[in-house]
Design a protein around this ligand. Structure first.
Ligand SMILES: *[C@@H]1O[C@H](CO)[C@@H](O)[C@H](O)[C@H]1NC(C)=O
Ligand SMILES: *[C@@H]1O[C@H](CO)[C@@H](O)[C@H](O)[C@H]1NC(C)=O
Length: 507
């Protein structure tokens, strides 16, 4: 305890050394605005085989040698399963009013709908939710953040099979029934595009399926499977929302949406071909998910290029899809340049997609914004405002929640904790992006919340523990949490203190 106080004093002292003049204030946002931090079950919970939890697809995947950069896994990670109370204290000390987390399907239904509900899993999330509410923190619950029972993969191929709608619907029903009296914010899925492209196009996420030239996998079809998988995810979303609407919403008074990943795109060259390519790249991004859920079908640009490969919605599907979003959750990190590959050859070596575009972060050797510890993650604050405006226009200003925004630090060059704690670059990132969120709201966008990824350093998927996104540093040997400067920055922002004089270098 004394150690923690000393760290806080040191961090506060470091903060005094920073010239502070933030352009953004808590008062720029409505009182009711949700300010929180975000995490996901697989990345923080650990206890991967405790209390009758079954193996998830990610548990299995991370135990295959060569899959994760540092050969690590999330068996223990932040041990949040045992330390959730302390982690809620951290949130409380920041002054957040909301917490976005995900429920581990494998804790609640170890064998999917073919087995029993696990009382120990229900008990854990009940304790978590009740402890949050005691501290005045609203639970914002994601039903699926990548991890699913391996059982579903083995039994019928999970997302490749339309049967998963029934499993997901059943899982959602169990969660609404158990937690919905207290959870008022639900999202069905986190970043389905990322799960389907990484799992079934390039094969780097479970189940590791792909075909040439996208990657070398034992099995898969990169040209078709990502579209089948996303189709089944969209229908699973609709199934869960239908259950919520029919059985729970009027009693429980909550809202339900989906969280999509977004990248903002800008033309590589100032020519019509690249400007058209930007429109295509955007359509293949968030609208792939959102157009069906708002308008009942995929974006015309996708249909035009993919034709029959893109599955169709039956009239029954379309009925099921209507009115299936109360809000749009937006994860946003970066902006990239887009170059056309429809009218001319794609440049060699650049990431290409079915959208017939090439993506790059640099033009003539000049990055689109300052680079960060993560490949292809550049600091481009205007991108979040452009993204919000694009979604606002395309979907009639439906309520939006920024469900993730953040920036990582990289591990290898830090030899002591002090170096980790001095994360001024990340403060500049967060401050400059948040400033742009406030600007969008002033310009009429209906944004209702903002969550920083992440509360604590955690298991960052393929990067293992080599990238750290936390406001709190975690020593993974001792599980000690220590606030970084960015934690202090968020706390001061939330307290609306005017002495903050931080000036962003990026705007
Ligand atoms: C786990 O399951 C077994 C067998 O059903 C049961 O006896 C045990 O009490 C369960 N453990 C917990 C923590 O619920
Ligand atoms: C880490 O240090 C190496 C060697 O000094 C350097 O090449 C690399 O760019 C550094 N990485 C970061 C993220 O600063």
């Amino acid at each position: 305890m004394a150690g923690k106080k000393a760290w806080f004093l040191l961090v506060s002292y470091l903060l005094l050394l920073v010239p502070w003049a933030s352009a953004v204030h808590r008062s720029d946002f409505p009182q009711s605005f949700l300010f929180g931090t975000a995490t996901s079950s697989h990345q923080i919970e650990g206890a991967y085989l405790e209390d009758n939890k079954s193996l998830s697809n990610w548990d299995v995947f991370t135990h295959v040698p060569g899959r994760i950069n540092d050969e690590s896994n999330a068996d223990i990670t932040d041990d949040h399963y045992h330390r959730y109370e302390g982690d809620i204290d951290l949130m409380h000390s920041l002054g957040v009013n909301a917490y976005r987390f995900s429920i581990s399907w494998t804790r609640i239904l170890p064998k999917g709908r073919h087995g029993r509900v696990n009382p120990a899993g229900i008990a854990f999330y009940n304790k978590l939710i009740n402890s949050l509410l005691l501290k005045g923190i609203q639970p914002f619950d994601t039903l699926n953040h990548y991890d699913i029972p391996q059982e579903l993969e083995d039994r019928y191929g999970a997302w490749l099979n339309a049967e998963i709608q029934y499993d997901f619907g059943y899982f959602a029903d169990v969660c609404f029934n158990a937690f919905g009296d207290r959870v008022k914010y639900w999202s069905t899925f986190n970043e389905p595009r990322v799960a389907s492209q990484k799992g079934y196009m390039v094969g780097t996420y479970p189940p590791g399926r792909c075909s040439q030239p996208f990657g070398s996998c034992a099995d898969g079809n990169s040209d078709a499977e990502p579209y089948v998988v996303t189709h089944n995810i969209i229908l699973s979303h609709a199934t869960a929302v239908e259950i919520y609407r029919e059985k729970y919403q009027s009693k429980q008074n909550g809202v339900i949406g989906i969280v999509v990943s977004t990248i903002w795109f800008e033309p590589f060259r100032d020519v019509p071909e690249d400007r058209l390519a930007v429109e295509r790249a955007l359509s293949f991004n968030a609208p792939w998910l959102l157009d069906p859920l708002v308008y009942g079908d995929y974006p015309p640009e996708m249909r035009h290029i993919l034709g029959e490969i893109l599955p169709s919605f039956s009239s029954e599907d379309r009925r099921k899809l209507s009115y299936k979003l109360d809000f749009i959750g937006i994860n946003h990190y970066t902006t990239l340049y887009v170059q056309d590959c429809m009218f001319s050859e794609c440049p060699q070596g650049l990431e290409t997609q079915h959208a017939l575009v090439a993506l790059t972060g640099e033009r003539d050797g000049v990055p689109i914004g300052p680079s960060t510890a993560m490949h292809m993650l550049y600091v481009v604050p205007r991108g979040i405002e452009k993204t919000i405006t694009y979604i606002m226009k395309r979907y009639n200003n439906m309520p939006m929640i920024i469900a993730e925004n953040g920036c990582p630090q990289r591990g290898e060059n830090y030899t002591n904790v002090e170096a980790w704690l001095d994360d001024r670059d990340r403060i500049e990132y967060l401050d400059s992006y948040l400033t742009k969120v406030a600007e969008s709201i002033r310009n009429g966008a209906d944004v209702r919340g903002y969550f920083i990824w992440s509360l604590v350093d955690n298991f960052e998927w393929l990067y293992g523990y080599t990238l750290r996104f936390g406001l709190y540093h975690v020593n993974f040997k001792t599980q000690e949490r220590t606030p970084k400067l960015s934690a202090q920055w968020y706390k001061e922002f939330l307290q609306n203190r005017d002495e903050a004089q931080y000036k962003s270098a990026f705007i």
